[in-house]
Design a protein around this ligand. Structure first.
Ligand SMILES: CCCCCCCCCC/C=C\CCC/C=C/C(=O)SCCNC(=O)CCNC(=O)[C@H](O)C(C)(C)COP(=O)(O)OP(=O)(O)OC[C@H]1O[C@@H](n2cnc3c(N)ncnc32)[C@H](O)[C@@H]1OP(=O)(O)O
Ligand SMILES: Cc1cc2nc3c(=O)[nH]c(=O)nc-3n(C[C@H](O)[C@H](O)[C@H](O)COP(=O)(O)OP(=O)(O)OC[C@H]3O[C@@H](n4cnc5c(N)ncnc54)[C@H](O)[C@@H]3O)c2cc1C
Length: 664
């Protein structure tokens, strides 16, 4: 029934004020109002309609994306939107496009690695979109191993230029988004060669296409790398291939904040750490953590609303069947994901703070927190994207058969989201970076170097090795200090065990390779500890709103105890808890699920997703699922005609043949 709220009863059950929770989720009243206003603006604009994208062919899809990107830019200018509002508008457009890389990586790379002069030269052009840029780092042969890149930038003393070259097939740039068809410029990562000496990988600004006719400049071979996973998904993006055949660029197009090449061809390294060449990745990884909470929240919102609408079994004397959300198995699969979406939101908020702090310190030439920022962004990017990707697929299964329909929104969300586990650093490779950071922190304990930041707990090594949980009742697991101590002890013991095993190898690198699987488990335990701790810290703040804090406390406990239950092997084998304490945690978890149940719909309403952004019939705000599913089926192009194309050509002759055979 149109106009009826089928989920009204569910909404009435809520024990907290959903409008206050919306503000907590958004981060502030300002962020909520901005997000609410821009999401509605996009939803009401017919150009941003997206319900047909999954039936478009690649070329049509790409053209449709260009149209939307251009329209977004037009609206941003017409409405005079600021940077924050413009970013939201592009987010709610919800179709990956070249502009993501232009604003998300090209511009930040120039800001982070360019000198003041270079910023003055390039940023005004980029900010007005008079040039469009991408981030060309990965090659056909190397992605994770950045030091292994093969593209060269050789200094020519005579002409004061660099010569960009792709010496091998494997040195072809491969993957950069926006590169394939649209970018006019790129930040290209290449090995700097001066007088036959290799100075390693540096960033260079290169023009790729003419600003007059958009054709590739001489010496440049460029194109799209082809279809990717899914139908629409990331195929709206022109991930590209690029080869240079001795292409010349002026010397001042090397990004020179970290190191410089003088007119005389002298290489000068400034006081800035060389790792700042990787700074754009740190910036984007931090955004990706926040984005993981959004992606997961969309899937959870769809699965939760649909689970309240869907009924199976349990009818007695003609009464309603049971809502599937009331099945304990459904709750045990769904509610930890709901809790994770909130947990990642707060971890993302904290990471944004950490990133801002490290950026301010860098300006003041304090580089001390850079390793911590790298380890935290790498680790949390890995943890949150893996959980979000698996979580979206779990939400599809939670919606049964209808979850597999394109109109559920879940297949598209999954297909577009899963590369997050790979781009900006493969998740395993990034966890190994965290493990290196942890092993380094442990190796420095004996030299009196007190670990700080997220590794501070390792400084209490002796105490954590003695730790035994004192939980005696299920409710004890609700105490934040009890949870944090157990997670700290587990993480510390796993890391210390790795460090001890590493010390048995004469060559530490051999040991690191051999123990890599254990090391990533230790790194995961460390990252989970960070997320749990940041959730608990959030709850120590003043959180206004009727019942809001109580709901968040329940979600925080679910997040922590679900992890404890899932990784019970770690907690038991490290001797942090006993089997009895493990089963008490599980008992508490069951009780927490029952507490979430009446609030579940309101907790997903608090994400404030519009129906346009969700793009899901199963997740509609009004819960009017069946009539809309039925209506949508008839819109499929196959239903344009009663008899499909090809029937007369291929199937009818078969049927006729059978008929003839039968008559004979
Ligand atoms: C305002 C607008 C915003 C718009 C929104 C934007 C959209 C955002 C959403 C994104 C959505 C879609 C975008 C998708 C686009 C995808 C883009 C890409 O994928 S770009 C390519 C990304 N590539 C990678 O991530 C490669 C992964 N590999 C690496 O990062 C490294 O090479 C590494 C770390 C694996 C290798 O390290 P290794 O140890 O072998 O090498 P080094 O010798 O280089 O390092 C030694 C030393 O340095 C430390 N280190 C490493 N990395 C960093 C870093 N980034 N920062 C600081 N320090 C770093 C390392 O720990 C070692 O330290 P040490 O103390 O010596 O042990
Ligand atoms: C959709 C998408 C968009 C992208 N956009 C861009 C872009 O705009 N610009 C850009 O420059 N790049 C981009 N990339 C490339 C991306 O950054 C790389 O694919 C990513 O960094 C992973 O590197 P790889 O492909 O070399 O994987 P590989 O390193 O080859 O990984 C293959 C396997 O090997 C494992 N492995 C690798 N090294 C180790 C190790 N040391 N120890 C243990 N296991 C290891 C990995 O875990 C993985 O299982 C994009 C990629 C995708 C999918």
């Amino acid at each position: 029934m149109e106009g009826v709220d089928h989920l009204a009863d569910e909404r009435n059950k809520a024990q907290f004020d959903v409008s206050d929770m919306k503000i907590v989720w958004a981060g502030s009243r300002h962020a909520y109002e901005l997000s609410d206003r821009i999401s509605r603006l996009v939803a009401s604009d017919p150009v941003f309609k997206k319900d047909n994208v999954s039936t478009l062919g690649r070329k049509e899809l790409f053209k449709n994306t260009l149209k939307k990107a251009a329209h977004a830019w037009k609206r941003i200018n017409e409405l005079g939107l600021n940077e924050e509002e413009a970013l939201k508008l592009r987010t709610f457009m919800d179709q990956p496009s070249f502009t993501d890389l232009h604003w998300g990586m090209f511009v930040p790379a120039i800001k982070g690695q360019g000198t003041d002069e270079q910023q003055q030269q390039w940023l005004p052009l980029a900010n007005k979109m008079q040039i469009i840029g991408c981030y060309a780092q990965t090659e056909l042969g190397h992605g994770s191993n950045v030091q292994g890149l093969e593209t060269t930038a050789t200094f020519d003393h005579k002409t004061d230029e660099f010569v960009l070259n792709s010496p091998t097939l494997t040195s072809s740039k491969w993957w950069p988004g926006g590169l394939g068809k649209i970018s006019t410029h790129a930040v290209v990562y290449a090995r700097l060669i001066i007088d036959d000496k290799d100075y390693g990988v540096h960033g260079f600004i290169a023009q790729l296409r003419s600003l007059n006719d958009h054709l590739p400049l001489p010496g440049i071979t460029i194109g799209d790398i082809g279809m990717k996973f899914g139908s629409a998904a990331y195929n709206s993006m022109d991930n590209g291939v690029l080869r240079f055949d001795h292409v010349r660029i002026p010397r001042n197009q090397m990004l020179m904040r970290v190191s410089q090449v003088t007119r005389e061809g002298k290489y000068v390294h400034s006081s800035v750490p060389r790792q700042l060449v990787y700074g754009t990745m740190v910036y984007v990884r931090q955004i990706i953590v926040f984005d993981a909470s959004v992606a997961l929240s969309r899937a959870v919102c769809i699965a939760t609303r649909y689970s309240a609408v869907r009924r199976q079994f349990g009818s007695q004397n003609g009464s309603h069947e049971t809502q599937v959300i009331d099945y304990k198995t459904q709750q045990a699969r769904l509610f930890p994901l709901l809790a994770s979406a909130y947990a990642f939101r707060f971890a993302g908020e904290w990471l944004k703070w950490l990133y801002t702090d490290v950026t301010e310190r860098l300006q003041a030439k304090d580089f001390s927190t850079l390793p911590e920022a790298h380890a935290c962004t790498a680790g949390l990017k890995s943890l949150t994207t893996s959980v979000a990707a698996d979580g979206i697929e779990e939400c599809r299964k939670l919606c049964g058969g209808h979850g597999y329909l394109s109109s559920s929104g879940l297949p598209e969300l999954f297909a577009v989201y899963i590369p997050a586990c790979t781009y900006e650093g493969d998740n395993v490779v990034l966890l190994l970076q965290v493990a290196r950071y942890l092993m380094k922190a442990i190796s420095q304990l004996n030299s009196g170097n007190k670990p700080v930041g997220t590794t501070a707990y390792l400084g209490r090594k002796e105490q954590l090795m003695q730790y035994r949980s004192d939980v005696v009742r299920a409710e004890d697991w609700l105490k934040p200090s009890v949870v944090v101590e157990a997670f700290e002890a587990r993480a510390a013991r796993m890391s210390l065990a790795c460090a001890q095993n590493l010390s048995k190898f004469s060559n530490p690198e051999d040991g690191f390779q051999e123990l890599a699987a254990d090391l990533i488990e230790a790194a995961t335990a460390h990252c989970q500890l960070i997320v749990v701790s940041k959730f608990i810290e959030k709850l120590q703040q003043d959180i206004p709103g009727n019942g809001v804090k109580q709901q968040l406390q329940v979600l925080c406990s679910i997040y922590a105890l679900f992890l404890l239950h899932k990784h019970i092997g770690d907690f038991l084998t490290t001797g942090c808890i006993t089997p009895k304490q493990g089963s008490l945690a599980n008992e508490q978890l069951r009780s927490l699920y029952s507490q979430v149940r009446p609030n579940a719909i309101a907790l997903v309403d608090a994400f404030n997703h519009t129906d346009h952004y969700l793009g899901s019939i199963l997740g509609r705000y009004d819960g009017n699922v069946y009539p809309k599913l039925y209506e949508e089926a008839w819109k499929d192009p196959l239903n344009d005609t009663v008899i499909p194309d090809g029937f007369h050509e291929y199937v009818e002759p078969l049927l006729k043949q059978q008929l003839r055979n039968a008559r004979l």
